[in-house]
Design a protein around this ligand. Sequence first.
Ligand code: GCU
Length: 327
Amino acid sequence: MNKTLKKALLTTVAGATVAVSSMTFAATEIKAAFNQSDSHPQYAALAEFGKQLEAATDGRYKINIYPNALLGDQRAALELVQAGAVQMAVVANPLIENYDNTFTAIGMPFAYTGIEHQEKVFTSGVLDELFASTKKFGFEVLTAYTAGSRNIYTKKDNVKNVADMNGRKIRVMQSNTMVEMLSCMGGTGVPMSQGEVYTAVQQGVLDGGENNEITYADMKHYEVAPYFSKTSHLMVPDLVVVSDDFMNSLSKEDQATIRKLAKDSTLDEFAKWNARIGDARALAEENGATFIDVDVKQFQDSCKPLKNKLIKSDAQKALTNAINELS
Ligand code: GCU
């Protein structure tokens, strides 16, 4: 619901300050679509971003976050942002990659050497140009959030080696790169939205999924797929996107405030992520999950052919080099 602001307008008449009128301003609501719960670190970072925005604009803007995919899955939410029906959303990189494959370079297996490297890349400014370039699709990428590293988890027979992936149907995010990645590991990638995974594994349509510990715990996937193999095969950025129509309706100054505060929230999100990750694993373990350490290099090596196959354009290559230079 919009917050109502009351401001007394004051004027000075012959040295005396007099309230001449009292007016009511409705804050502009920024609806933010989010597909995870309100206990997720990204929710907390977005909420903090909202608080900062309210403070910086005297309450003229309010970010209302709609968690648990209330506004639809990420693909639907992105379309609503493009249409201007929803102003903001957090969307995983593979969905944006479907519009511009330059984004493949920031969501490739092993693009980052670890979370510190990813943090450096997200806060270095090296992605600014790419992020501004999506306006032609009706949205702008404001900043990137970490989602840690992704791992394979299964219903039965834990995965210890790449050979164990053979013939397994594993849910992946909705992009070609993700499907190809699973094939490189020897399994079959089944693209679907996150909200459908639990039931699909439960019903045997899938053998498992791949995700980070926080989502695994948040979505209670441990109940249906209790074997979590620490493959760490991928670090996919989540992107905070804003409607281009909405941005164009604002003054240049307000646009700049939103861009700056969104960028600032990235460091905060990394800190919140790092603070939460251990608890998520503990929660999953308390509920019966088994975490299995695997030879990460084997999984990394299996994905190497992807690089030559998918990083082809000059823009992708330049971005890959810039990312590597920050490692
Ligand atoms: C992660 C990521 C989400 C994404 C999800 C998925 O949790 O943070 O943005 O939706 O993975 O696998 O779909």
